[in-house]
Design a protein around this ligand. Structure first.
Ligand code: AMP
Length: 431
């Protein structure tokens, strides 16, 4: 084989794609219930957008960006995440700012140059939601509730919500220094990357996945002990709101997440059965990002869910291959090919007014195969009926494929169509 899908990418094929479509539909339904509207932003943006938001010292920016120059020498990057593009779109498009609480969501592929493994890809899909315009704990609670609602709607109930607060510009600097001092004492036990992080961004050490760093991280001071009174009160209020909504959570004082723009609340949702990559998704507050991008003071919070991981966690059973056709129109001789196509088109009802259209799925051969091979193909496609052209003296011949039995002839196209419609099986929605 000359070409292969690039490392870390995967094709989503028929048989599997039905589950993706199902997940997308369910998610859109839940988003609509909560009043969130979709934004489809470009999959590439100016490189600076990500460097300035995700943060120069994060793994994503240092090691994982797909960056290229276009023909005019502009530096562009395939988006590694969806929040920065959405904030950019929010600032660029006044209609998104009409409501002082903007509720937006996105769904689409993200790109990170990571080491591929189960549940980790270089192109992966995310569903994300953002609520811009409120600093209040109710917004945090709505976000986590919405996250849970998306999972609940696709049958994922057994999850763990991890919750932490990273403080804000008032209290984080002191915590950063406390943690720098702590890790400095244990520098000898840190991995090479963490030694670098000690100088650039010591908070990132808490996110290190290298096993030898784990014991040192476990002993690090808790950010929750350094929160200023306002951040501490916000955190308490978020916890009260979650309890009020009946959402259970665990406090995870070392949860920092891999992006620098977070302030105050951060959270992750983990599901069993995902192995090492157990986070289905996560999110947090980013009260400074809109302002950092030159916009008005706009506190905000969001989350993103990995679609591959979500599908993995709700079970890998592929949807039963849905039949591709209800009816196959078979040309008994090569000259009848066009008649077959015309009949197929009429049977699909596409020329009819929308309310009269029928969900008959009709296929016809375009490879000039013999009537015999068309019959075999019709069974393979799962067709319930075969209809033969040219039309005979007494009408269209119809065969029940499963019973292998010829039915009464149908004198006209209209009669043929209503006969088939009466007997069609409902198209099952995939799961
Ligand atoms: P993040 O944007 O890093 O907060 O990631 C949010 C979610 O996206 C994670 O919890 C995963 O479910 C998913 N995700 C992140 N990176 C990858 C990846 N490389 N491959 C597959 N899913 C990913």
């Amino acid at each position: 084989m000359k070409f292969q899908a690039p490392k870390g990418t995967h094709d989503i094929l028929p048989g599997e794609v039905e589950r993706w479509q199902w997940l997308e539909e369910r998610t859109r339904g839940v988003m609509a219930l909560y009043g969130y509207r979709e934004v489809r932003s470009p999959i590439f943006e100016s490189t600076d957008l990500f460097v300035r938001s995700v943060g120069e010292s994060t793994d994503i920016v240092r090691k994982e960006l797909y960056t290229f120059q276009d023909r005019k020498g502009r530096s562009l990057t395939l988006r590694p995440e969806g929040t920065a593009p959405l904030v950019r779109a929010f600032l660029e498009n006044a209609p998104l700012r009409e409501d002082s609480q903007a509720r937006l969501y996105y769904m689409g592929p993200m790109f990170r140059y990571e080491r591929p493994q189960a549940g980790r890809y270089r192109q992966f899909w995310q569903i994300g939601a953002e609520l811009l315009g409120s600093a209040r704990p109710e917004a945090d609670a709505e976000m986590i509730d919405l996250f849970r609602a998306v999972l609940h709607d696709v049958g994922l109930e057994e999850v763990t919500v991890l919750l932490n607060s990273l403080g804000d510009a008032t209290c984080r600097p002191a915590y950063r220094e406390a943690i720098r001092a702590y890790f400095k004492q244990h520098e000898g036990k840190l991995c090479g990357d963490c030694k670098e992080r000690l100088a650039t961004n010591p908070l990132r050490i808490l996110d290190c996945k290298v096993p030898s760093c784990a014991p040192v991280i476990a002993g690090a001071p808790s950010v929750l002990d350094s929160l200023c009174p306002e951040c501490a009160e916000h955190f308490e209020a978020v916890k009260r709101a979650l309890t009020g909504l009946g959402i259970r959570y665990e406090i995870a004082p070392r949860l920092v997440r891999g992006l620098d723009y977070y302030t105050r609340t951060v959270f992750e949702i983990h599901a069993a059965g995902l192995g090492a990559q157990s986070a289905v998704g996560g999110g947090g507050r980013y009260d400074q990002l809109v302002k950092d991008f030159g916009g008005p003071d706009t506190p905000a919070i969001g989350f993103s869910i990995g679609m591959e991981r979500l599908l993995l966690s709700i079970g890998a059973d592929a949807a039963p291959a849905a039949p591709q056709a209800d009816v196959v129109v078979i040309a008994l001789k090569p000259e009848a090919g066009i008649e077959a196509q015309a009949l197929a088109r009429t049977l699909r009802g596409q020329q009819e007014a929308p309310e009269r259209r029928s969900p008959l799925r009709v296929l016809t051969d375009v490879a000039g195969r013999s009537a015999n091979s068309q019959m075999k193909w019709a069974s393979k496609m799962g067709a319930k009926w075969a209809v033969f052209v040219p039309k005979g003296e007494d009408g269209y011949a119809v065969r029940d494929m499963a019973a292998g039995k010829d039915e009464q002839r149908q004198p006209s196209i209209e009669e043929l169509r209503s006969w088939l419609l009466k007997r069609r099986e409902p198209v099952e929605s995939a799961r």
